[in-house]
Design a protein around this ligand. Structure first.
Ligand SMILES: Cc1cc2nc3c(=O)[nH]c(=O)nc-3n(C[C@H](O)[C@H](O)[C@H](O)COP(=O)(O)OP(=O)(O)OC[C@H]3O[C@@H](n4cnc5c(N)ncnc54)[C@H](O)[C@@H]3O)c2cc1C
Length: 455
């Protein structure tokens, strides 16, 4: 769809110089971390809520597709403007409006980077729990729209558990507020949670009131090496079955460990599988909490259980874990990085299934991730055309297996373009129909991020 001169003038009147129509700038906003790309007709960079409202109204009047963008780090194509139209990048709405320790909250604009919010909250003794590995370069708006999470979600929850209120503009062009800056609320439907994870298909978020959590003053990092993936997966279920919740419980299979060792050296043990476990708390009680978790980690197949000697050793271990995702991309530029989730007690079956499918399809599959939530990154790594062809049916089998284990397609990355076709496997027709009705209520003309999320 191309822009009419009248519509371009309307956008110019709203945005002035913060409107880009040149190809070079549009190309910068055409792609995301999924490596898909479609050139938009225009890019706008709002700094105020009123501009966003005027933009949605103008786009609706023209039936013009409108795709929100944070920093384009999502993996599913969620911010690629597949139908063309306008990209609205929130990078200039990046003010932290308030950090309010008394009420344990922060009010931010959507373009604030996750790491910048953490830096602003830290001097007050607080943090915002969602901790995606991309925190230094992804926005709060993207976190909200994808329901992002990270290692800490096992104890503190993902984005959806840590938002109190939102201000937004629906696809209808109407502004509204959802939720309240209170820690309890029972006033009608929960529109806040509905917008979280909606991938910019219902409304554009212009302000968020986020729940802050006091930062524990002490932390211990353990590494537990196991003879094989089954032993490590069974330990995950034992750890989650006892009362002390670790603040990270990460799993690395044998293949992930080899890559992590290449990056982290001896800080990463040579074993069949590894759990990285963190326990936080206050100094007076931490030792007992660590011992409870360590006790559960011990069992059949444990080779070594070791506490990091100091912060530097723990940092090396985490750096090796964080290096995995980019390292896989160098092994296979076409890697398929899924983030399936199953009930924790079924992690052993999920891990066994991925090993079976890797053998069946003769395809490298590397698994690691947030095992304490049952959320594993299952990476299919096709290296040539034949492997790419086998990856497709293999992926479908991974999803079917996950659903048969009472799990679901995505724990944190969302659906976007990549998993849209699989939605009918995960949700029944009635649930999908209700979602379609919700989409129509918020966005009657279907202008917001068309082609995403719903099949
Ligand atoms: C190296 C790397 C590591 C990663 N690690 C993790 C991880 O550990 N955990 C995790 O969950 N994710 C991870 N991700 C994925 C990604 O960083 C997250 O999904 C992040 O939340 C996306 O933020 P963004 O600012 O880049 O948003 P974008 O990618 O630009 O957009 C994501 C979605 O949000 C919508 N959106 C953006 N702003 C708004 C708004 N204001 N209103 C409405 N909709 C909006 C977009 O339309 C799109 O649908 C990782 C990515 C990379 C590259």
């Amino acid at each position: 769809m191309s822009l009419s001169p009248d519509f371009a003038s309307t956008l110019r009147a709203i945005f002035g110089d913060a409107l880009a129509l040149d190809v070079a700038t549009r190309a910068t906003y055409a792609y995301d971390n999924s490596r898909r790309e479609t050139l938009p007709e225009a890019v706008v960079l709002p700094t105020e809520h009123a501009q966003v409202e005027a933009l949605v109204r103008a786009c609706r009047a023209q039936r013009m597709p409108l795709t929100a963008r944070g920093r384009g780090t999502n993996t599913t194509g969620a911010s690629v403007p597949v139908a063309g139209g306008v990209v609205v990048s929130f990078e200039r709405m990046n003010r932290i409006l308030r950090v309010d320790p008394d009420n344990r909250l922060a009010v931010v604009e959507p373009g604030v980077l996750n790491a910048d919010l953490q830096a602003a909250a830290a001097p007050h003794g607080f943090f915002w729990p969602p901790d995606p590995t991309s925190a230094p370069f992804c926005t709060i708006g993207g976190n909200l729209a994808c329901n992002a999470g990270g290692p800490r979600a096992v104890k503190y929850g993902a984005t959806r558990d840590n938002v109190l209120a939102l201000r937004a503009v629906a696809g209808s062009g109407e502004s509204f507020r959802a939720g309240a800056p209170t820690t309890k609320g029972a006033t009608g439907y929960d529109l806040t949670r509905l917008l979280l994870g909606s991938e910019g298909t219902l409304a554009l978020i212009t302000e968020a009131t986020l729940k802050l959590v006091p930062k524990p003053s002490a932390l211990r990092t353990l590494r537990a090496a196991y003879a094989d993936v089954g032993a490590a997966a069974r330990a995950v279920a034992r750890i989650m079955a006892q009362p002390v919740t670790p603040c990270a419980l990460e799993f690395l299979d044998d293949e992930a460990l080899k890559l992590a060792r290449a990056h982290g050296g001896d800080a990463v043990p040579d074993a069949g599988a590894l759990l990285m476990i963190e326990v936080d708390g206050e100094p007076g009680t931490l030792a007992a909490a660590v011992e409870a978790v360590a006790c559960a980690a011990r069992g059949d197949g444990l080779l070594e259980l070791r506490a990091a000697a100091d912060a530097a050793e723990a940092a090396t271990l985490w750096a090796a874990r964080r290096a995995l995702s980019p390292a896989l991309r160098t092994l296979s530029p076409n890697k398929i990085n899924e983030d399936v989730v199953v009930p924790v007690s079924r992690v052993p079956e999920l891990v066994a299934t991925t090993k079976r499918l890797a053998a069946k399809y003769a395809l490298p599959i590397v698994c690691f991730g947030h095992a304490g939530n049952g959320n594993l990154h299952v990476n299919l790594l096709p290296r040539d055309a034949a492997e790419r062809a086998r990856a497709e049916p293999c992926l479908a089998e991974v999803f079917d297996a996950v659903i048969a284990l009472d799990g679901t397609l995505s724990g944190e990355h969302g659906i976007g373009l990549a998993k849209r076709a699989f939605m009918p496997r995960a949700l029944d027709a009635v649930a999908l129909g209700l979602m379609g009705g919700i989409k129509a209520a918020f966005d009657p003309d279907g202008i917001l991020n068309p082609g995403k999320l719903l099949p």
